[in-house]
Design a protein around this ligand. Structure first.
Ligand code: PEP
Length: 257
């Protein structure tokens, strides 16, 4: 099955709304029709920039898609500081990162919390980008496959196969995020294959065939093409390099490299 690749930029806690606008304008200047046709191009700004970027995308008719970096699972209520999926949907957000390793490690988010978020995102007809990945210690102990499998099963508990049509999974080894160390294309491909096989076992082959599995972890202009050539890798989740419009544009142009 042919799957439309996704290149998604995760800006994390960088850029105020004015800087974010500038970055998108600059990025759009570098992109051509063929780039939008080759992949879905997504930017995930911080909450305070979402409205500005939504307005820019609509005003300039850009074909960029909007993503959010997190959400709360409840529709509303006394959850100071939290943002609901409904609020994100009103801003035409299409994708929501769930279970990013920084949320897991720095904010104590478990598979159970991630599962609640994934279910809330799916219930609102948005697409979760579920992040999974092992630490260096786990990889060195030969436990990468087992850890990723447990994260997938925990985060996807009580979700039906039909709901998974819009699902995206990002395999992001923790030791490769923001470190400049990238998994080798062969290792990344193998782990994305583990993700797909687990989904096939639990939800059936058709769901697994349609599932887009991204790789994330120090993706740069110099390594994106080789990663994208691998059959199990359907795109990239890009942190640091997505903050530089020229670098991110080159990554979005992987199909021409
Ligand atoms: C990320 O934040 O998801 C990520 C992959 O970051 P970086 O590209 O900087 O490693």
């Amino acid at each position: 099955m042919s799957r439309t690749p996704i290149i998604a930029g995760n800006w994390k806690m960088h850029l105020d709304h004015l800087e974010a606008i500038q970055l998108v304008q600059n990025l759009a200047y570098h992109l051509e029709r063929a780039d939008y046709e080759a992949s879905e191009l997504v930017v995930c700004p911080s909450f305070t920039s979402l409205r500005s970027i939504q307005t820019l995308i609509e005003g300039d008719r850009l074909e960029l898609r909007l993503g959010a970096q997190d959400c709360h699972w409840e529709a509303d209520g006394a959850f100071t500081g939290a943002v609901s999926v409904g609020m994100l949907a009103r801003l035409k957000v299409a994708y929501v990162l769930c279970g990013h390793s920084e949320r897991r490690q720095l904010f104590g988010e478990t598979d159970e919390i991630t599962n609640r978020k994934v279910r809330a995102v799916l219930a609102a007809d948005l697409s979760p980008i579920l992040c999974v990945g092992e630490t260096l210690e786990q990889r060195e102990a030969d436990r990468a496959g087992e850890v990723v499998l447990a994260q997938l099963r925990g985060s996807l508990a009580d979700i039906g196969a039909d709901a998974l049509e819009r699902m995206v999974v990002a395999y992001e080894p923790v030791w490769a995020i923001g470190t400049g160390r990238t998994a080798t294309p062969a290792d990344a491909d193998e782990m994305c294959g583990v993700v797909r096989r687990t989904i096939a076992e639990d939800f059936g082959e058709p769901v697994a065939d349609g599932l887009r599995v991204l790789y994330g972890g120090s993706v740069k202009p110099g390594n994106v093409a080789e990663l994208m050539r691998r059959s199990e890798i359907d795109g990239a989740l890009v942190g640091g390099a997505s903050l530089d419009p020229e670098d991110f544009a080159v990554i979005c142009r992987w199909h021409r490299l």
